[in-house]
Design a protein around this ligand. Structure first.
Ligand SMILES: *[C@@H]1O[C@H](CO)[C@@H](O)[C@H](O)[C@H]1NC(C)=O
Ligand SMILES: *[C@@H]1O[C@H](CO)[C@@H](O)[C@H](O)[C@H]1NC(C)=O
Ligand SMILES: *[C@@H]1O[C@H](CO)[C@@H](O)[C@H](O)[C@H]1NC(C)=O
Ligand SMILES: *[C@@H]1O[C@H](CO)[C@@H](O)[C@H](O)[C@H]1NC(C)=O
Ligand SMILES: *[C@@H]1O[C@H](CO)[C@@H](O)[C@H](O)[C@H]1NC(C)=O
Ligand SMILES: *[C@@H]1O[C@H](CO)[C@@H](O)[C@H](O)[C@H]1NC(C)=O
Length: 420
């Protein structure tokens, strides 16, 4: 105990003396050129983890190495630690290296550490310790909950409390967006980064994820996501529910209006362009129903759907044919589904004729086959009974009867066939 105490005292004394010498000599005389034989490395360490500082000497001639903290207090003098902070531990001490670890690094440990070699002239090398602090999980916010198509929205991503300042990237699905970042240093020497990005949305962007990706040397995989929500005006389509073919005088007409939008259309209207809808037309929900078509109903029928974003419509051109019309005369009707439907009827007639012919031929063939078979069985039924009777008379049991029967084998075959 006493020996160690006096040893420490001696070291402390020499530290004092040598430090004093350094001070007297002045900074100007200290050699710090890279290619001299004292060397060290800068250190980056995540807060709370361990840093290792290594003072290396190439060709040491028994000179003393010591390590100082940024306040120029001696951490290690050779393999002895005058500093009380037990987070500093000796990892390796030899003529060529003084390696010291510092555990549970905090931000206050940041700074320029000094390796000193008591050579002639004395040398110094500097190890800058940089403490990294990972930022918190980013928070993504949207200026508005829902955006209307064609409008622009702004997303904000905030990464708080990192050191150094994080950088933020934006991705909309696979596409990289350019954000605008603002960096703010807080009282505790941390950095808060806020990045803004503007996005002009289309209908297709509804539900698309936007990612805010935080890049920082002390953190990996930090990101936040938000799905865009886009309102868009309705898309309208008229479907003819009835009739399937031509619209003839006296027929009924049933049109259905299919309107989709976000939010769901709150209003679906039917109207007739430039004219009044026939007075007896019935509108039920999105359906338009007109009984007993009349040529005077010719015209353009329009379904208009509206929601908060806007309105849209689809047109149906009604063309009422004579009740007797089977094949339509060429028309200027832009909706040519009626023509194409009427055109279908000609090949259908041919199909019926072909099918009829084939059925007739098949029926005839079956009939012929039945007649031939009938005649065959009528003849052989007689033979069978004759053979069986003959065998049974001569034999003692049934088996012998069959064997005895002339062509007994063929008889059994005939028997089978007869019963099928
Ligand atoms: C250590 O970092 C400082 C800046 O902090 C730099 O000037 C110096 O060149 C670095 N030294 C080495 C060896 O990288
Ligand atoms: C110290 O470092 C030297 C050379 O790098 C190595 O040979 C030796 O084993 C180390 N000693 C310890 C205790 O790590
Ligand atoms: C690390 O240091 C902090 C203060 O900087 C302290 O609160 C904490 O208890 C230390 N942790 C360990 C494991 O020493
Ligand atoms: C966004 O869309 C709404 C319609 O939903 C419109 O009233 C508003 O003016 C638009 N805002 C901008 C900035 O274009
Ligand atoms: C069609 O309507 C006109 C007047 O709107 C009417 O005079 C005519 O009788 C109607 N024709 C049929 C077949 O209902
Ligand atoms: C309606 O269309 C039919 C097409 O067959 C034409 O015969 C009729 O004159 C048209 N009626 C009106 C009022 O346009």
């Amino acid at each position: 105990m006493a020996t160690t105490g006096s040893g420490s005292l001696t070291i402390a004394l020499s530290v004092f003396l040598i430090s004093a010498t350094f001070l007297l000599k002045g900074a100007a005389e200290i050699m710090t050129v890279e290619d001299q034989n004292l060397g060290t490395d800068n250190v980056s360490v995540v807060e709370g983890e361990m840093a290792t500082i290594s003072c290396r000497v190439k060709n040491n001639d028994d000179s003393v190495i010591q390590l100082l903290n940024p306040n120029r207090q001696t951490i290690y003098f050779k393999d002895v630690r005058p500093l009380k902070d037990s987070r500093f531990q000796l990892v390796n001490f030899s003529d060529n290296e003084l390696r010291v670890s510092l555990s549970n690094v905090s931000l206050s440990d940041e700074g320029r550490y000094v390796c000193q070699l008591y050579s002639d002239p004395p040398q110094e090398a500097y190890a800058d310790i940089t403490v990294l602090v990972p930022p918190g999980v980013p928070i993504i916010e949207s200026r508005e909950e829902v955006v209307s198509e064609g409008n622009e929205t702004e997303l904000t991503c905030t990464a708080m409390g990192g050191r150094p300042a994080a950088s933020i990237r934006w991705m909309k699905e696979e596409q990289e967006l350019t954000g605008e970042a603002m960096v703010e240093e807080t009282y505790d020497r941390m950095f808060t980064v806020v990045s803004r990005v503007r996005i002009s949305v289309t209908k297709e962007d509804d539900g698309v994820p936007v990612d805010c990706i935080v890049e920082h040397p002390a953190a990996r995989g930090l990101q936040a996501q938000r799905h865009l929500e886009v309102f868009y005006k309705p898309e309208v389509k008229i479907v003819v529910t009835y009739p399937e073919g031509l619209t003839r005088e006296g027929d009924n007409l049933d049109l259905t209006c299919i309107a989709e939008g976000k939010p769901h259309p709150h209003r679906i209207n039917w109207l007739r362009v430039d004219e009044d809808v026939p007075p007896h037309a019935v509108v039920t929900g999105s359906d338009l129903y007109i009984e007993n078509l009349n040529k005077s109903y010719n015209g353009t029928y329009r379904c208009v759907a509206a929601n908060a974003v806007g309105e849209a419509y689809d047109d149906y051109v009604l063309y009422v044919y004579d009740a007797s019309t089977t094949i339509p005369t060429p028309t200027t009707n832009p909706d040519n589904t009626q023509e194409s439907r009427a055109g279908d009827s000609a090949p259908q007639k041919i199909d019926h004729a072909v099918i009829g012919g084939v059925v007739a031929v098949v029926m005839f063939a079956i009939l012929c086959a039945l007649i031939v078979l009938g005649r065959y069985f009528a003849r052989h039924k007689g033979t069978y009974f004759t053979h069986e009777a003959k065998g049974a008379d001569d034999a003692a049991d049934a088996d012998t009867a069959i064997i005895n029967a002339e062509g007994g084998h063929s008889n059994t075959d005939e028997k089978k066939e007869y019963y099928i």
